[in-house]
Design a protein around this ligand. Structure first.
Ligand code: G3H
Ligand code: ZN
Length: 284
């Protein structure tokens, strides 16, 4: 069934595993992620960025597509459709009214008081609709960052506590050194801060930039209260590789099913691997 993230993440946190958020990019991503979740008997979060929403034909199109595929595949595991990095109240409201079951309001780039104000407003609307809310503090590195290079700012623990108490959010993404896209070398995550923030907020924590984080760090993050891990780039890389292989092997191929079919299989395999690594397999 389509559900919010609230119960999914609280259960994950209580039982020492994390639920994966896998981002949608097109039809094949949607198919692959839903198939993987059902096969693994894993709860799953479908992440939709504003850009992916535009690319795929809008939030309503995505909700209808997901509903139809869930019916077609007899999906019985819990599925959340989640707005990823929502940039404004308006964008979150649009997703909620389109039928999303969860939203992220990412006001982490502005002043703290503005983050609290817009996040509170989103929570008020979302909770009327039974929709869960994720908020962010600090700066995730990489693409999301306007000032590239050394733009990674760690979330402040006291601000995390205050944001949670003043807004009523359901989960929190404290940026602690993670990066969107591939890491340059080994990631250096702030586990001490993560543990402190988890203790102060008692919230399921969210780890953005899940691509390229070694298993030992994934396990550490989960043990320090991380209950949701976002992955996109790794699926993009594995599917692009599959397409390249097919096209490189045969210059005569033109039917998209011939190269997007293997791309879909590659995504499915990548997602299954992550679900096992995060410990969410057989938890639905
Ligand atoms: O919000 C999306 C994620 O944080 C994805 O990060 O593309 O590095 O896996 P990633
Ligand atoms: Zn992210």
């Amino acid at each position: 069934p389509l559900v919010s993230m609230k119960e999914m993440l609280n259960t994950a946190k209580d039982n020492g595993y994390a639920v994966g958020q896998f981002n949608l990019n097109n039809l094949e991503f949607t198919q692959a992620i839903l198939q993987a979740a059902q096969e693994e008997k894993s709860p799953v979060i479908l992440g939709v960025s504003e850009g992916a929403g535009r690319y795929m034909g809008g939030f309503k199109t995505i909700v209808k597509l997901v509903e139809a595929l869930m019916e077609e595949y007899n999906v019985t595991v819990p599925v959340a459709i989640h707005l990823d990095h929502g940039s404004s109240f308006e964008s979150c409201a649009k997703a909620i009214h389109a039928g999303f079951t969860s939203v992220m309001i990412d006001a982490s780039h502005g002043p703290f008081e503005e983050n609290v104000a817009v996040t509170s407003k989103v929570v008020e609307l979302a909770h009327i609709h039974g929709v869960s809310v994720e908020a962010e503090l600090g700066t995730v590195g990489g693409q999301e960052d306007d000032v590239i290079a050394e733009g990674v700012i760690y979330a402040d623990a006291q601000e995390c506590k205050e944001l949670v108490e003043r807004t009523g959010i359901d989960c929190l993404a404290p940026a602690l050194g993670s990066v969107h896209g591939p890491y340059k070398g080994e990631p250096n995550l702030g586990f001490k801060e993560m543990e402190e923030i988890s203790g102060l907020t008692n919230m399921p924590l969210v780890l953005h930039g899940g691509t390229g984080i070694p298993t030992k760090d994934i396990q550490k993050a989960i043990s320090f209260g991380t209950a949701k891990i976002n992955v996109n780039t790794e699926n993009q890389i594995s599917s692009a590789k599959a397409v390249r292989e097919v096209l490189a092997a045969d210059a005569e191929v033109y039917d998209p099913r011939k190269y997007l079919g293997p791309a879909r299989e590659a995504i499915k395999e990548t997602v299954i691997g992550k679900m096992r690594e995060f410990g969410s397999s057989n938890k639905a």
